[in-house]
Design a protein around this ligand. Structure first.
Ligand SMILES: NC(=O)c1ccc[n+]([C@@H]2O[C@H](COP(=O)([O-])OP(=O)(O)OC[C@H]3O[C@@H](n4cnc5c(N)ncnc54)[C@H](OP(=O)(O)O)[C@@H]3O)[C@@H](O)[C@H]2O)c1
Length: 306
């Protein structure tokens, strides 16, 4: 297949483009980053600029499009709600429209944060109630995609992994601090079900292969607190678990509102694919083995052009 991955310098997009390029011809868009890789074709594009979506579709002629580009930092969305709306709501809608017209299949990446996290255990049938600018803009993006392209897959995800700059995911944050012997807080009152970006990549490709469409929760088969996640990572890498102080998110001094119980059910996905997504522990085991294989350094080298 020919696959267009938007946001191929991002946490999900880069890992996805690299995983997909093992079996497919991949085109990946970047905006501010330059990427030097033989694994896939890099296209420079600011997708908010008129004509950019049409150009990257024309250049890549995709069978499948996986839209990962976003303003995905919550504080950046609070600081610039106009850009958040443009990038997280308008761009997905326009892309969905163009992809529908061209006949390719689309996966649009959304977030678990569309829920307020008061109850937890959310299925696709549950009513979202976004709390932040980011979450609201992502929910509008989901709706714009579904309207313009009802055949599209809208995947609500949460993820961790190794990134280009080494600082994008919670797992990297724990790794960077714990490996330097720094004390950190771990929230005991925020729950999530993150997948390793590389595992999420394979699930998204499997969903396309199986011809799925519509809204899916694509998360790990179990959930945990951010504190317990940090402890599990520390154990995996042999770091001192006492460096993680149990704390409440109230103590974190975060600007954007966080939803506490972002536990999502993946039952619809499991029924459609006939298999369970990996557990958090399985994801952390692969996160560790990628580290042992020097994968993070290989990612950093892509940015440096080594
Ligand atoms: N990370 C998480 O924990 C998480 C959790 C739930 C859902 N998600 C969702 O997963 C998806 C991927 O998130 P991520 O964490 O991988 O994102 P990320 O690491 O922040 O990467 C964002 C990507 O979007 C690109 N981008 C930004 N502005 C752009 C523009 N104007 N035009 C074109 N490209 C632009 C960036 O390109 P440059 O870097 O080259 O500028 C980068 O490749 C998003 O939809 C996000 O909402 C993420």
């Amino acid at each position: 297949m020919r696959i267009l991955v938007t946001g191929a310098s991002g946490l999900l997009g880069l890992n996805l483009a690299l995983e997909a390029s093992r079996q497919h011809t991949v085109y990946g868009t970047v905006k501010d980053h330059s990427l030097h890789t033989d694994a896939f074709n890099v296209l420079q594009a600011d997708l908010t600029v008129p004509g950019a979506i049409e150009r990257v579709l024309e250049q890549s002629q995709p069978d499948w499009v996986i839209h990962c580009a976003a303003l995905a930092v919550l504080e950046a969305c609070e600081a610039d709600p106009v850009l958040a709306h443009q990038l997280n709501s308008e761009v997905p809608g326009k892309l969905a429209e163009h992809v529908a017209r061209g006949g390719a299949r689309l996966v649009h990446i959304s977030t678990d944060a569309v829920f307020d996290g008061q109850r937890g255990g959310y299925s696709e049938a549950d009513q979202p109630n976004p709390l932040s600018v980011y979450a609201r803009s992502k929910l509008e993006g989901e709706r714009a995609v579904a309207l313009a392209n009802p055949q599209a897959i809208v995947a609500r995800v949460n993820l961790f992994g190794w990134s280009l700059g080494g600082k994008r995911s919670l797992a990297e944050w724990f790794y960077n601090n714990l490996s330097a012997g720094r004390q950190v807080m771990g929230f005991t009152d925020v729950f999530f079900c993150p997948l390793l970006a590389n595992d999420l990549a394979w699930l998204l490709l499997l969903m396309l292969e199986n011809g799925l469409s519509g809204l899916y929760h694509v998360v790990a088969s179990d959930c945990t607190s951010k504190y317990a996640f940090g402890l599990a990572l520390a154990r995996r890498f042999g770091f001192d678990e006492n460096l993680i102080t149990p704390a409440s998110v109230e103590q974190g001094g975060l600007q954007a509102a966080r939803s506490p119980h972002l536990t999502l059910k993946a039952d619809k996905l499991i029924a459609a694919l006939g298999e369970k997504p990996p557990s958090i522990d399985a994801g952390l085991a692969r996160f560790y083995s990628l580290f042992v294989d020097d994968y993070p350094a290989r990612l950093h080298a892509l940015a440096a052009g080594k």
